[in-house]
Design a protein around this ligand. Sequence first.
Ligand code: FMN
Length: 166
Amino acid sequence: MLADMNPAWVTGDFQEKVIKLYGLGVRRVLVVDEEVPYPDGRLIVSRTDLTGVITHVNRSFVEMSGYAEEELIGAPHSILRHPDMPKAAFRDLWDTIQRGQIWQGHVKNLRKDGRYYWVKATVIPNVRCGRIIGYTSVRRKPDRRKVEECKMLYAQMRAKEQLDCL
Ligand SMILES: Cc1cc2nc3c(=O)[nH]c(=O)nc-3n(C[C@H](O)[C@H](O)[C@H](O)COP(=O)(O)O)c2cc1C
């Protein structure tokens, strides 16, 4: 279960959307159309267990997501899922890392206050004695041109996903 977003967390105008999360049902999210720029020179790091439940976050993760560390540890990573992200991107992420490979991609993340931030993510399987025991994601500041490309590509992917569901 992932609690719905609360209007008290959000400042300014927001749109309410409902997203479907894998294995977790639906979540009501509140979306503000304002980007928070990725801070220069920072790495945003998290670790998860095999199911994508967060087990570790660094200070930059806490600051950029807007959630307290206690709210993040034990929560599914989809706590940051933005409705503009296509499902296929995360399917590709999971398929890749479950095969033991590294996934790289650009992700639009939803903050607790409803605003968003773009990252360039590298997700790495953590292997011990030949078995995957969890995953680590390290995010860097994305290239603006790449973000603009992803905005268009993801909008097309989302439109296709919506048509496929009709
Ligand atoms: C290490 C790791 C880091 C992840 N980081 C993010 C992230 O920053 N934002 C995000 O929306 N999903 C992230 N995910 C993917 C989520 O687990 C989830 O698949 C995604 O939010 C879509 O939700 P859904 O799978 O319930 O459809 C990450 C997964 C892993 C394993």
